[in-house]
Write a protein that binds this ligand. Sequence first.
Ligand code: E4P
Length: 220
Amino acid sequence: MKFFIDTANIAQIKEANDLGILDGVTTNPSLMAHEGITGVENIKKHYVEICKIVNGDVSAEVISTDFDNIIREGEELAKLHKNIVVKVPMIKDGIKAIKFLTSKGIKTNCTLVFSAGQAILAAKAGATYVSPFLGRLDDVGTAGDGVALVDQIVKIYRTYNYKTQVLAASIRSPEHIIKCAEVGADVVTSPLASILGLLKHPLTDVGLEKFLADYRKGNQ
Ligand code: E4P
């Protein structure tokens, strides 16, 4: 399973990358705004900066919602760096744009996916990635709804041998990451805190403390 970090924060991207386990980055307009990155040229520069740090796919989201402008924006973003993946919303013109961009050899990530039906359309259009939003689905339903959707999409894609990779998004906890691994997600994109949360187990801390204390006793 590939690990992407879901942020536009350069320090956090560097920290995850330094761990040596990072395969890519996802961003969205809210994450860019959160970092105070505004204006088309600054936004483009920021994507290039991220691409220089991480050797892997970097999702850059279009803000247009009509076919012609999604294509125009997508082609501009794709020119920024070979690792840019154009993130396109799950809407009618988005699906048409994914089909077009795919035919031009441009990688795409179909975002804001909340149902298996939407995921089937993304795969049929040739999206490189499909992004089901686990956390947001859990928020409006019951805990576990998000993982159940990832499971359903993975099963459908395997049945039909769709090439689109399932990129589990809107991750809220280390447990979400583990559950996604269990159901066979191809990629999980998480905030840094959830990735770092995987390091933690109380018995590891207690065990390490004991090992070091025993060493110190015999090596005063
Ligand atoms: C997906 O790529 C999105 O950037 C992201 O995972 C959304 O997560 P949120 O629900 O925490 O905003």
